[in-house]
Design a binder for this molecule. Structure first.
Ligand SMILES: [Zn+2]
Length: 115
């Protein structure tokens, strides 16, 4: 799902995608100054390897995510949110979900035996 920045207005634009047991559902809203606010939840589960014994761990997901997407380079720091830059005039929902999932996977997760 790829959304053109120009299509995003102050009226929230809903999106909902599913991939590999994960549901990414939320909305995009224009926030001024070439910024779009994404507010969404990630639910479902992901399979991981325990960082201690490498057994499979099924991690249930129920994450609220909120960040800004900048149409082009963003200089400076935003007071309230992280800012993700996009350089092609589009918002790629799958790509954003994938980077969130990578972030979750990069944490330390242990199986029941190792807890
Ligand atoms: Zn383990």
């Amino acid at each position: 799902m790829i959304i053109n920045f120009r299509k995003v207005t102050k009226t929230p634009l809903d999106f909902n995608i599913e991939s590999n047991n994960i549901v990414f559902k939320g909305s995009l809203k224009y926030d001024g100054e070439n910024l779009v606010l994404l507010q969404a939840t990630i639910t479902g589960s992901i399979d991981l390897d325990c960082y201690l014994c490498a057994n499979e761990v099924v991690l249930p997901l129920n994450e609220d995510v909120e960040f800004l997407i900048s149409d082009g380079a963003y200089s400076g720091l935003h007071d309230d949110y992280d800012v993700v830059e996009s350089f092609d005039g589009h918002i790629n929902i799958e790509e954003l979900l994938n980077s969130e999932i990578e972030l979750i996977k990069s944490g330390y997760h242990s199986c029941e035996d190792c807890k």
